[in-house]
Design a protein around this ligand. Structure first.
Ligand SMILES: [Zn+2]
Length: 153
């Protein structure tokens, strides 16, 4: 199986390119990293590297680097939020507390309950990133809901 090592993110979709036919494979409702899938177009299978890097489209190369860095930091923070939520659901308070402290240090806040984590407040230098953040939060929420419905921890 050929492994791809780049995950592309734009404001409307998270996608990877099939390494066989190079068609876009989108609509991921979970982090594609480490996933295996079958191409919708050519029906060949491939996997996504667990170390795949996020690629930002529609930006020039000088802003691209900082955009990707910020997105990766936010994405990691949202991953932490999801872990905290899952740990709380599983009653693992020590792990939940640790994840919560990490988020608070990163400037995240939460209102009522673990599902309400919000990124650091303040005007964003990158309005595009807010759209991406919202999308990523939706994706995390979708996968959290799917995990709960599926009974998986
Ligand atoms: Zn394909």
């Amino acid at each position: 199986m050929i492994e791809v090592s780049e995950i592309y993110v734009d404001v409307s979709d998270v996608y990877v390119l099939c390494p066989h036919c190079h068609e876009r494979q989108g609509y991921w409702y979970e982090d594609p990293k480490g996933a295996s899938t079958v191409c919708d177009q050519c029906e060949n299978d491939f996997s996504v590297s667990a170390a795949a890097e996020l690629q930002m489209e529609g930006t020039n190369s000088s802003t691209n680097h900082s955009l990707v860095e910020k997105l990766q930091a936010d994405y990691a923070a949202q991953g932490l939020a999801l872990k905290a939520a899952k740990a709380m659901q599983a009653g693992e308070t020590e792990r939940a507390d640790r994840a919560e402290r990490a988020l608070l240090r990163a400037g995240w806040t939460h209102a009522a309950g673990c599902a309400e984590w919000k990124p650091p407040l303040g005007p964003s230098a990158y309005p595009l990133l807010e759209k991406i953040d919202n999308l990523m939060a939706e994706l995390e929420l979708e996968s959290a809901i799917a995990a709960v419905k599926g009974g998986a921890a």
